[in-house]
Design a protein around this ligand. Structure first.
Ligand SMILES: *Cc1c(COP(=O)(O)O)cnc(C)c1O
Length: 385
């Protein structure tokens, strides 16, 4: 069987329309090519409105937003910043950019996000030592908000400011509030695989207008507003280009449709695979509305006969991209000597987890191709008694 010729199905490719193309070309024709311009201002207004916060700074990546967030919270060398161990490396790397020490917290089973009970207990213990973290970065994984009722209560009790890494969760809500709005500062990403993309880009959002204004200042080389290039502090070149902001505005206007489509893809995978012994899905936790940015499954080799590696490799022979769940930070060579609170849940999710193609451009036929290929994995036991 030669299946190698079928067009490749990607995990989460961009979804562009004429709307973005028109906006991009209009920005181009206006000659606002250089960083900043009316589309950047407009994109920032659109983002703040969508997230339900006072203001937003459009930046050239989510990683840049994380870095600036920690600077704005005055995190520096000698400080600890706690974060989820199950995340993409960018979250932890930003902690190192400011010279601080990351401490990793395990996941809960309910949402795969940070375990609020573990966090609370660790904060209590740290406060008795007088060693509370300077900040906490909570990650909203795979399109779903963390349990903010419990997490924010614990952080209020100990006076720890929260950065919400909502890079994977734009469009999600928790108790009716939008992802990105839960921390003192929220971080968004418009990287190529995210639910909306500007090819590369990100944003820092906050209800605190002064913080956002300072983020813009730091992101523009910290130039003082005078003619002669005056600098009072170290700045960065982190602003988003006007051309890309135009694409972002077109994408943001289509966000609800993207969420709907990704949730539909999730329902279709569930209908096809959920009944199989040894297959379970990333749950949608109570109180939240996930974007289902990626549909993730856990595969139990004992029951299924195969694990995520075999399924992934088989999908690859059908020219289908699937990826393992994030490898926890405390297992990464670069971070393995750092402190971790718990860790067994994230390790288990990594060992058994697989992310399936979930892009909003995925056609019904292509999703069926994924499901068929999944079920045809050699040695997979799908027979229902
Ligand atoms: C994608 C991502 C980032 C980084 O965003 P970039 O725009 O790629 O820099 C940060 N955190 C998480 C959880 C992400 O998934």
């Amino acid at each position: 069987m030669n299946t190698g010729r079928s067009p490749r199905i990607y995990l989460s490719p961009p979804d562009m329309s004429d709307q973005e193309r028109t906006l991009l070309l209009a920005a181009f024709d206006s000659n606002w090519i250089a960083p900043l311009g009316p589309q950047v201002d407009g994109f920032e207004r659109d983002l703040a409105k969508r997230v339900g916060v006072h203001d937003a700074a459009a930046l050239n990546s989510g990683t840049a937003a994380l870095h600036l967030a920690l600077i704005l919270l005055e995190v520096g060398a000698g400080d600890e910043v706690w974060t989820s161990t199950l995340t993409f490396a960018a979250t932890a790397n930003a902690i190192r950019y400011v010279g601080a020490t990351p401490v990793f917290i395990d996941s809960e089973r309910e949402s795969w996000n940070m375990d609020p009970a573990l966090l609370h207990e660790a904060l209590r213990e740290a406060s008795t030592r007088g060693a509370l973290p300077k900040a906490l970065i909570v990650v909203d994984l795979y399109g779903q908000c963390a349990n903010y009722d419990a997490i924010l209560e614990a952080c209020r009790e100990y006076g720890v400011p929260v950065v919400e890494d909502a890079a994977e969760a734009l469009g999600a809500t928790y108790r009716g509030k939008a992802a990105g709005s839960f921390g003192t500062i929220g971080v968004l990403s418009f990287n190529g695989n995210k639910i909306i993309t500007t090819s590369g880009g990100g944003a820092l959002v906050s209800d605190d207008a002064d913080l956002v204004a300072r983020a813009r200042h730091l992101a523009s080389q910290a130039k003082q507003p005078v003619a002669h290039y005056e600098h009072e502090e170290v700045g960065y070149n982190y602003r988003l280009s006007n051309l890309l902001a135009a694409v972002g505005r077109g994408q943001l206007a289509r966000l609800d449709g993207f969420v709907e489509r990704r949730r539909e893809i999730n329902r279709t995978y569930r209908a096809a695979l959920e009944g199989i012994d040894g297959v379970s899905f990333l749950p949608e936790a109570p109180g939240g509305h996930s974007t289902c940015w990626l549909t993730c499954v856990l595969l139990d080799e004992l029951h299924l006969g195969v694990g995520p590696a075999q399924v992934r490799e088989h999908l690859e022979t059908h020219n289908i991209e699937a990826r393992p769940v994030w490898k926890p930070m405390h297992l990464q060579p670069v971070y393995q000597d750092r402190r971790v609170v718990g860790g067994a849940v994230a390790e288990d999710l990594f060992r058994r987890g697989l992310c399936l193609p979930s892009g909003s451009v995925l056609s019904h036929e292509d999703q069926q191709r994924v499901i068929d290929a999944f079920l045809q994995t050699p040695q997979l036991r799908s027979a229902e008694e």
